[in-house]
Design a binder for this molecule. Structure first.
Ligand SMILES: [Zn+2]
Length: 278
């Protein structure tokens, strides 16, 4: 079947306190954790719209809540890896990255019997300081990465907006970037996070249509805390707080609208069908 015309919803399975790059990472009391509750909400929404999504699991979250990954798989969705501890890759050594990759993989295999084939770095932190990421992903049989955001500040504005192959000495894999809206000045983060809740829905829908016209998938990303506007927040400096949490708006309504209007598949379903350009 042709997969052009399909988009993808991706969910980074982490809690409200998983914010990268803060001096003192915190793990608040378990009674404040919201991730399981919010994931159930997302699963219900997906079921209502009969859509399948890709869930990038944080190994530490899967380990602490062993019911989560099986619940997602049971509903027919894909589980992929978001690493273990939510540490920026630029703060890790090659060995630490590999340890986290394998640890998360093992947790997911033990819990679901499924080996993840996709990876996403915390906060798009793959860069030229982490040249070991792609070869290690290939060596460990990952089929795709989704860690490069074609945006200024959080990513690389010159990076391709549409999926492409990355070649390494160990082999190659797909890179699947998130959706952005290109303007003459700067690209806008309309594919997820605070941008998804801030920019007009019409602009996001028009961007999705433009991707689909170019036969590229529009890849949206969502954090469970984004459907939980009343949930707790870390005390952070104003800008960092906005980047981590955005406004206290609920992504559910516009997500529902897009799930209704467009067709969605998992990233695994997509990349296993695409043929590398020869
Ligand atoms: Zn994350």
């Amino acid at each position: 079947m042709s997969l052009s015309g399909y988009s993808a919803l991706t969910v980074d399975v982490e809690d409200w306190y998983h914010v990268c790059g803060i001096d003192q990472p915190v793990v608040p009391d378990r009674c404040t954790w919201r991730v399981a509750h919010n994931i159930k909400g997302i699963l219900t929404l997906l079921e209502q719209h009969q859509c399948k999504a890709t869930f990038f699991m944080l190994g530490s979250v899967a380990e602490a809540m062993p019911e989560l990954a099986p619940m997602i798989v049971e509903k027919g969705h894909e589980i992929a890896s978001h690493g273990y501890s939510h540490t920026l890759l630029t703060d890790m050594t090659k060995q630490q990255f590999l340890d986290e990759l394998l640890r998360t993989e093992q947790v997911l295999i033990d819990q679901t019997g499924i080996r993840p084939v996709g990876y996403r770095a915390p906060q798009w932190s793959v860069s030229d300081k982490t040249p070991w990421v792609d070869p290690l992903l290939v060596e460990h049989r990952y089929l795709y990465d989704s860690s490069r955001n074609p945006l200024p500040f959080v990513g690389d504005p010159s990076a391709p907006r549409y999926p492409y192959r990355i070649d390494t000495l160990s082999g190659s894999l797909w890179e699947v970037p998130p959706l952005v809206t290109k303007t003459s000045l700067v690209s806008l983060p309309t594919g997820g996070g605070w941008g998804f809740r801030l920019f007009p829905l019409g602009l996001i829908a028009a961007t999705i249509k433009a991707y689909l016209r170019d036969e590229a998938p529009a890849v949206l990303y969502l954090h469970p805390r984004e459907i939980d506007p009343e949930g707790p927040r870390l005390q952070l400096p104003v800008l960092k707080r906005f980047l981590a949490y955005g406004t206290r708006t609920d992504a559910t309504v516009r997500l529902s609208e897009l799930l209704q209007r467009f067709r969605f598949l998992t990233l695994q379903e997509m990349v296993t069908t695409w043929q590398p350009a020869s």
